[in-house]
Structure formats: C-alpha cells, structure tokens
Design a protein around this ligand. Structure first.
Ligand SMILES: [Zn+2]
Length: 437
C-alpha cells in the first residue's frame, strides 16, 4: 500500500482505545489521514514516500485547546496580581477598547497559533471578537480552530448592540459553513454580561445550526452570589431556564459548582472546560474536577488567554489540572494519567462535536499529532511513558507536529551535552537501571 509518511516512534498513545501505550508500532499516514497503526513486523506492507524515525519519542494526537482568546497574545502578562473583576475592568477591557480592530485580532491570533502548534496544539476553540480575522491568524500556523459567533452586552469595535452582535453571529456561521478547518461556536461572553433575551436568541441559534455553546460559567464566587441577588437563582439554573444547558454546552471554568449544578450538567450531557492556570492566577478558586469526572461529565482542558495564564501550554495545563484535581479531591487516585490525556484531546474534540475527525489516533481520522522526545535528561529513565509525558516532559521537548499529515513544526534537537555528560552517557545510565526496575 502506498502512503505518504511512516512514523516510527518508540511509543504511541492513541487515546482510543483508552489507557493504551503501544510499543514497536508504526503509524502510516496517507492523504492527510491516519491510514493504519500496525506492529513494526507488519510495516513492510507500506511503501512510504517518507519514513520518520523517532527513537526515544512518544507520539500522541495533537491537543485540543478547549478555551482560548488567541488575540490576547498581544496582551500577554497584562495586570498581574489582580482579581478577575479588577483585571477585566481596570486593564483588559480598557486596553481592548483602545486596540480592538481586525488587525489586532489577526496579528495576536497569528502569534497564538504559532505558540500553540509549537506546543503540540493542533486545534483551538477561540472566544473573541472579529472571528473571521481570528481564524485567518490562527490558520497561518496550519492549525484547526473553532471561532466565535460572539455576544457581550456592551458596545465594542465589533458590534454596538445585541441586535448587531446577533446579526454578525449569523453571518459568521454562514461564512464558515462547511469549512473543514474552521468551525463556529455560539459564544455568549458570560451569564453576567448577557441579557435573558439575548441568551434565548443565542440558544435558538445554537439549536437551529446544531452548534456548541461556548460560555464562561460560574468562574468566581461573586458571579454566583450576584446572580442569586439579581435573579434569585444560580447562573446554571438561569442558563437552564434560558435553553443554554444541553448537550451542546461547553461550560468554561465552572469553578464554583454545587453538587446540584454538577447533577444538572451531567443530566444535560454538557461539557466542562477546565482552565486551571487562569483560575489560580486570578484566585478564582479550585474547580471540583474529580467530582465532574465522576459524574460522567465530558471534561476538556483550556489555556484561556495568555493575559491570565500566561502560556498556551496544553501539556503544562493538563499536568497542573491532574495535580490540582488530586489535591482538591484529597485522593491521589483521582484524575488518572490516561483520563487527563483523554480530556486534553478527545474531551475537547467531543465538546466541539469534532470527535469523528480529531482527538485520537484511529484509522480514518485526521493525521493531527505530535512527537515528544522522552529520552532526554529531564525525563529518563522512561518506566511509565504516558505518566512521564504528562508529569516529566515539557512542551520544549515536542519535536514534530503534523496537521492533516503535513509537518508544521520540526524543532532542532536539544544540545548533546549537559555539564559535560553526553546524552548517550545519560541514556546508558538510565537504560541500565531501567532494565533492573
Ligand atoms: Zn476566557
């Protein structure tokens, strides 16, 4: 069989089936898709134009970043040490008010796309103004994305009134209809910035077009208490009444969830997007991730924008999510490795309704994947490849990224020497002890 590329890594995490690490297998890529994953002994059936040897490397599907504000890469680091409301009202919203334009969004998204692909992210779910420009910027890196049919209840350079936001939301949906690389989500900013009337119209728009609803929900304690004061109910109860809580909902942050909120989201088949760095930096709190997973809610991971993170590093984000989930649940068996890697890939793909094409390495799916060098000084010996990818490796160790089978990132190998010890010598020591473990 003729294929374009044959990858020969030391390990493969296909994500589906769950919990599996393959060794001595090859990945055949043809026409932008995974043609097959077979044992090395069966590799001779493929006639490949290109063979990529990846010794000491682990390959897995590209990360799906379930929540980003790509254009905010131009505001990296703005307003450290502030609460969410001070950060938004004193820093972010005034700056955005001054700078917001198609050029700002395009240029910022271009930088974010580059940062993300270099970090193994092959698809991002963006939440921002000027979505056509955001998509154009993100697409420069080759990555897939979902962009926003966006609405916030105050005037911006993108739109002045709810009606204008809604009109533009409809236009954005039409603009990208049928686009294999750019999807659209219906994106109200948050319960506290969108009226009941606009929320109902967005719910109808999502239903009519069968599109996900992407919204920040119950990020802070004050959001919940203000909603109780203003509406006599918690934000999730209000969103449920307005037709937003269903299987298309991507409930972002969702830090302050009661057991009854979790029950509501689970029964509705909604997804939650966890953004731990942003929640920590803004001191929003600790999301009950283990409870969310135990309730059977689909979980995805997001970086949020770099102004509150300040990295678009999904590997680091997933590591932090796993560590925090264990500590919050007071249970070291919570948030197991393979479930967290699933959340960072298939969890995001499912939430976006994109899981038939992306999120795992299965024959027929898009060849969106990355390779990470595990056999280096920071992560040897490799006794538990999946755990060491999550807990020891960093995004700096990602060497190659492919999207639709096209190589979009190839990094130089690391320096051979570390304080005079060659990588070969370090590997010799690691392998010797590894064999005794
Ligand atoms: Zn956000």
């Amino acid at each position: 069989m003729q294929v374009n590329t044959l990858l020969k890594p030391t390990w493969i995490i296909p994500i589906v089936p769950e919990g599996v690490v393959l060794t001595k297998h090859v990945i055949a890529i043809a026409d932008g898709k995974i043609a097959a994953i077979v044992p090395e002994s069966e590799a001779s059936q493929f006639e490949a134009k290109e063979v990529v040897e990846l010794p000491g490397e682990i390959v897995m599907p590209g990360f799906v970043n379930l929540h980003s504000h790509a254009a905010m890469n131009l505001l990296r680091g703005v307003g450290p040490d502030l609460s969410l409301m001070d950060w938004l009202q004193k820093k972010v919203w005034p700056l955005e008010g001054r700078l917001m334009s198609p050029e700002f969004v395009y240029e910022g998204s271009r930088l974010a796309g580059e940062e993300m692909v270099q970090s193994g992210v092959t698809c991002t779910n963006d939440h921002y103004f000027f979505p056509v420009d955001a998509a154009a910027g993100l697409r420069e890196s080759g990555m897939k994305c979902a962009v926003s049919a966006f609405l916030i209840g105050f005037p911006s350079a993108w739109a002045k009134t709810d009606d204008e936001y809604l009109k533009k939301a409809g236009e954005v949906i039409e603009h990208f209809r049928g686009d294999p690389m750019v999807h659209v989500t219906v994106s109200p900013h948050a319960p506290y910035t969108v009226s009941d009337d606009a929320m109902k119209k967005l719910a109808a728009l999502s239903e009519r077009n069968n599109l996900p609803i992407h919204i920040h929900v119950q990020e802070t304690e004050s959001e919940v208490s203000n909603s109780l004061k203003q509406y006599g109910m918690r934000p999730i109860e209000r969103l449920k009444k307005l037709g937003i809580v269903n299987e298309r909902l991507i409930s972002v942050h969702s830090v302050h969830l009661s057991d009854s909120d979790i029950d509501t989201l689970a029964k509705a088949g909604s997804s939650v997007c966890h953004c731990p760095s942003s929640n920590l930096k803004l001191a929003s709190g600790f999301a009950p991730v283990a409870k969310i997973m135990d309730a059977g809610i689909n979980l995805g991971i997001g970086t949020d924008g770099v102004a509150s993170n300040d990295k678009l590093d999904m590997l680091g984000e997933t590591r932090l999510a796993a560590l925090l989930a264990k500590a919050v649940a007071k249970d070291p068996t919570a948030a197991p490795v393979h479930k967290m890697l699933y959340a960072a890939t298939m969890g995001g793909a499912k939430a976006l309704g994109w899981d038939r094409e992306i999120g795992s390495l299965e024959a027929g799916k898009s060849a969106d994947l990355f390779s990470c060098l595990l056999e280096e000084i920071t992560s040897i010996p490799v006794l538990e490849p999946a755990a060491q990818l999550l807990y020891s490796a960093g995004r700096e160790s990602i060497t190659h990224v492919w999207i639709n089978g096209q190589l979009v990132v190839k990094k130089q190998q690391k320096a051979e020497s570390f304080r005079g010890m060659s990588r070969t010598k370090a590997l010799d020591i690691a392998h010797t002890w590894q064999n005794k473990c």
